[in-house]
Design a protein around this ligand. Structure first.
Ligand SMILES: *[C@@H]1O[C@H](CO)[C@@H](O)[C@H](O)[C@H]1NC(C)=O
Ligand SMILES: *[C@@H]1O[C@H](CO)[C@@H](O)[C@H](O)[C@H]1NC(C)=O
Ligand SMILES: *[C@@H]1O[C@H](CO)[C@@H](O)[C@H](O)[C@H]1NC(C)=O
Ligand SMILES: *[C@@H]1O[C@H](CO)[C@@H](O)[C@H](O)[C@H]1NC(C)=O
Ligand SMILES: *[C@@H]1O[C@H](CO)[C@@H](O)[C@H](O)[C@H]1NC(C)=O
Ligand SMILES: *[C@@H]1O[C@H](CO)[C@@H](O)[C@H](O)[C@H]1NC(C)=O
Ligand SMILES: [Zn+2]
Length: 646
């Protein structure tokens, strides 16, 4: 609620000003849901053996023991959904489809055999249950509730064909039931059923920065979520400024929640040896949530701890992943990562500009540790934030020291991914720590059009798809020679010459080596350029949005980049103003208008332009890109998902 003043000011000044962040209300909604499980014995966890004993469970179902395969998430639009325009439906479904296929490329499950059938809540249809162990119908329903109509999932009526049947046993000893509802046919080839409901709900109206929210409502006997509802807020769906990429990210984020990344489910996570696929043994971790010495809740599950150790380059053997301490319920828990430590993760509480969000290894480790999924870690995206910084990274005691990730008040610099010029700011989730956030307008070094906004002539800036942000105080000597120029973020071209090795080019200069972690002078200029260490030419899966579109296409022609350690050292020739710029030019007037409106509006237009561009010219991209090894060496992504309908 510290946010209220910001929001109000924003609304007062610019009623149409879109939030540049998006809040997630998952915890709020999931808490209100009663999750329905199979009638026999609620959650199986109640019957689990003690940890580490690992007795073999009876072979009950050969198929459930099978090798995990990509999760099949079926999307179902409830009949009560309002009519959408073709355009709205198209954008909704393409985003949901893309998110679903991304998630199923990441997560595998032991598939549901045949058809998925959801359960009815016995407390809903049954007035009383026979309870006499010496009678035939012990624990069966004796009488139906007269007003029983349907099952629902977070407000959506579940069709009868998705549900198990139900029956009542009017006499305690008479085994023949009266069928109340026949058995449904189920949903074939489905491991998770997602009801997608578009509506302008009160929650949507209350918080304009919400695009969607979700909750799960059904689980199997192991506790794995089987079905959930995602509410897509109606109003934002009409607005072009919310980009396709933003919707995809939002849907993935909410899907991760409903599939298991939920504080309501942490206690049900269990250790399953999915690797030995012949027999599946699971045993509960016991407590995976605990506080650290600073009183912050952390998630301590084995894969998460290993992922944190690897990420922070720490051997600290008790390094859990910290949970957000803002917007928490009375239990103090959140289903999001702490923003100071895992900034930029898809599971951080604020969803920011999509190109800056990463599906990171720690989030995937958490999904692995649910015990329900087998995760394809080769598809993880490098988080970058905090990498190799040690176990104290992001703590309140160290974040106020200026570092390459944190900054101190009111400085100008670069966003840590170096695509954007940045301003040192905080937000409610950062607990007073400051980071460089993209400037409100024209902050993207990779957008050629930003060059014309002036103010960059004397510092020799060059914008374009291969430009990145560098902190510098470079000036032309003839420009106010006496005054001291303070350092700020500036855009210069770069090209990779190796891993963490690159050259830069300033206006009217040659290509110069820019040794990572050092500063360089440029002839014809006064001042220095600081060359960032471990940011540029290190991660093959980092690219500005326009380039990423190309990277996607590159994937289709099968290139063998497997990890972010695979930077090609050769052929580091510069790539001149890349083709996406032509599409930007087409919508230039709109972009300038959008830049005035907001950074997000600008992003939406650019992404739209990029999408149109991609749709129209993938062949050209391929030819162009195929001739440019350095391009793929830096920009080739693991996020090269295949797109539907292309
Ligand atoms: C349970 O059922 C048996 C057999 O019908 C009956 O004799 C007994 O009284 C019942 N017990 C209770 C507590 O109702
Ligand atoms: C994991 O993802 C990679 C890259 O998409 C793919 O090549 C590989 O086959 C996947 N592995 C499994 C086990 O699905
Ligand atoms: C990790 O830390 C060790 C020692 O603290 C250091 O020698 C090593 O270079 C670091 N590795 C990375 C990848 O930063
Ligand atoms: C960070 O700042 C604190 C004081 O504000 C100081 O004690 C500590 O040594 C600093 N840490 C580093 C790594 O510079
Ligand atoms: C640039 O910054 C350096 C280091 O802070 C300083 O020594 C130098 O005078 C500055 N140059 C200009 C032109 O302001
Ligand atoms: C960008 O924002 C600054 C103030 O933050 C403003 O002066 C400038 O006119 C804006 N530029 C554009 C192109 O909107
Ligand atoms: Zn969330």
């Amino acid at each position: 609620m510290h946010f209220a003043p910001f929001v109000c000011i924003g609304i007062l000044l610019l009623p149409w000003f879109p939030c540049t962040w998006e809040k997630c209300i998952f915890d709020q909604v999931q808490r209100s849901i009663k999750v329905v499980s199979p009638p026999s014995g609620q959650y199986a966890s109640a019957h689990w053996p003690l940890p580490r004993q690992r007795p073999k469970r009876a072979e009950k179902n050969a198929e459930s023991m099978a090798v995990p395969q990509p999760i099949r998430i079926k999307v179902w639009i409830p009949s009560e959904s309002p009519a959408l325009s073709d355009w709205e439906r198209e954008r909704l479904m393409t985003a949901v489809d893309e998110a679903v296929s991304e998630v199923s490329s990441l997560l595998s499950v032991r598939r549901v055999p045949d058809s998925l059938l959801l359960n009815r809540d016995i407390n809903k249809y049954c007035k009383f249950i026979w309870r006499n162990s010496s009678t035939v119908n012990n624990m069966k329903c004796g009488r139906a509730k007269e007003n029983y109509r349907f099952e629902s999932c977070f407000g959506v009526n579940i069709p009868d064909e998705h549900l198990n049947g139900c029956a009542v046993y009017p006499h305690p000893e008479h085994p023949v039931p009266t069928v109340l509802r026949p058995e449904g046919t189920g949903v074939p080839d489905t491991d998770f059923l997602l009801y997608v409901f578009t509506h302008s709900t009160d929650k949507c109206k209350a918080e304009s920065s919400i695009l969607a929210y979700a909750a799960h409502c059904q689980a199997d006997s192991e506790g794995r979520p089987l079905a959930g509802t995602m509410v897509i807020c109606r109003e934002p769906l009409r607005m072009e400024r919310y980009t396709h990429e933003r919707y995809v990210q939002t849907v993935i984020h909410e899907l991760f929640h409903v599939l298991g990344f939920s504080k309501e489910l942490f206690s049900r996570w269990k250790d399953c040896s999915l690797s030995s696929q012949a027999v599946v043994d699971c045993w509960p971790y016991g407590q995976v949530i605990s506080t650290d010495e600073m009183g912050q809740f952390r998630l301590y599950s084995p894969t998460v701890i290993r992922a944190m150790q690897k990420h922070l380059n720490s051997t600290h053997d008790d390094l859990g992943a910290p949970l957000e301490n803002k917007d928490v319920g009375s239990d103090g828990l959140s289903s999001h990562w702490e923003a100071r430590v895992l900034q930029g993760s898809i599971m951080a509480a604020l969803l920011v500009e999509p190109s800056l969000i990463r599906i990171d290894p720690i989030t995937l480790a958490a999904l692995q540790d649910t015990g329900w999924y087998s995760v394809n870690f080769s598809r993880a995206q490098s988080l970058v934030w905090g990498e190799g910084e040690g176990s104290q990274f992001g703590s309140l005691s160290t974040c106020h020291n200026s570092s390459t990730f944190f900054c101190t008040d009111s400085a100008l610099g670069c966003h840590y991914l170096h695509f954007h010029k940045g301003e040192c700011l905080t937000d409610p989730y950062l607990d007073g720590c400051h980071v460089f956030k993209p400037l409100a307008n024209t902050s993207e070094c990779w957008i050629k059009e930003n060059e014309r906004s002036g103010m960059n002539e004397e510092s020799g800036e060059i914008y374009g798809s291969d430009s990145r942000c560098f902190i510098s105080n470079l000036t032309r000597p003839n420009h106010s020679p006496s005054s001291h120029v303070s350092a700020a973020g500036h855009c210069y071209r770069h090209r990779c010459t190796g891993r963490n090795k690159y050259q830069i080019q300033v206006k009217d200069s040659d290509w110069l080596d820019c040794p990572a972690g050092k500063s360089v002078e440029v002839s014809g200029y006064q001042g220095f350029i600081f060359c960032p260490d471990n940011r540029l030419c290190k991660y093959s899966d980092l690219a500005p949005p326009t380039s990423r579109q190309k990277a996607d296409n590159l994937l289709n022609i099968s290139i063998s980049i497997k990890s972010d350690h695979d930077v090609k050292e050769k052929d580091a020739s510069p790539h001149h103003n890349l083709v996406p710029l032509s599409s930007v030019t087409v919508s230039k007037p709109e972009i300038i208008v959008a830049a005035v409106l907001s950074i997000m509006g600008a992003f939406s237009l650019l992404s739209a332009a990029a999408l149109i561009y991609r749709k129209c010219s993938s062949a050209r991209v391929r030819v162009h890109a195929a001739n440019e090894p350095p391009y793929r060496s830096q920009f080739q992504g693991t996020d090269g998902k295949t797109k539907h309908g292309q």
